[in-house]
Design a protein. Structure first.
Length: 122
């Protein structure tokens, strides 16, 4: 890559174009520019999500992979475990209240769901 392309991209604030322009297939000028700019937007969005997660300063990185879903955990009739984890209640504009004794993992479940939707938006 030439230094002139890198400096022009920097002046135009195109953060990723100088890195990806050679990887985009060229069929026509219009197609090339559309593909190039779509990839620039995609990479900017990805960087934004990572920046927002980092700035959120979550206390720890809890995961539901080792959480035990036992029979003491009860769900209302309108939602189940998968609905809770996928945050479908947000799409339906509903609220969910996690109730339990201290140390039972409600905060960890909440953090996992928030992180999951930050990485894979609705």
């Amino acid at each position: 890559m030439s230094d002139s392309i890198r400096s022009m991209c920097k002046s135009l604030r195109l953060a990723y174009v100088s890195e990806i322009y050679e990887t985009i297939p060229f069929d026509s000028p219009k197609q090339y520019l559309e593909a190039l700019f779509k990839e620039e937007f995609r990479l900017r969005d990805k960087a934004k999500v990572q920046r927002l997660i980092r700035n959120a300063k979550f206390l720890d990185s809890k995961s539901l992979s080792n959480y035990e879903w036992n029979e003491r955990i009860r769900f209302p009739t309108q939602i189940d475990k998968d609905g809770l984890m996928s945050l479908d209640f947000i799409k339906q504009k509903q609220n969910v209240v996690l109730i339990g004794s201290p140390g039972t993992g409600n905060y960890g479940k909440f953090l996992f769901m928030v992180r999951n939707k930050c990485i894979c938006p609705i």
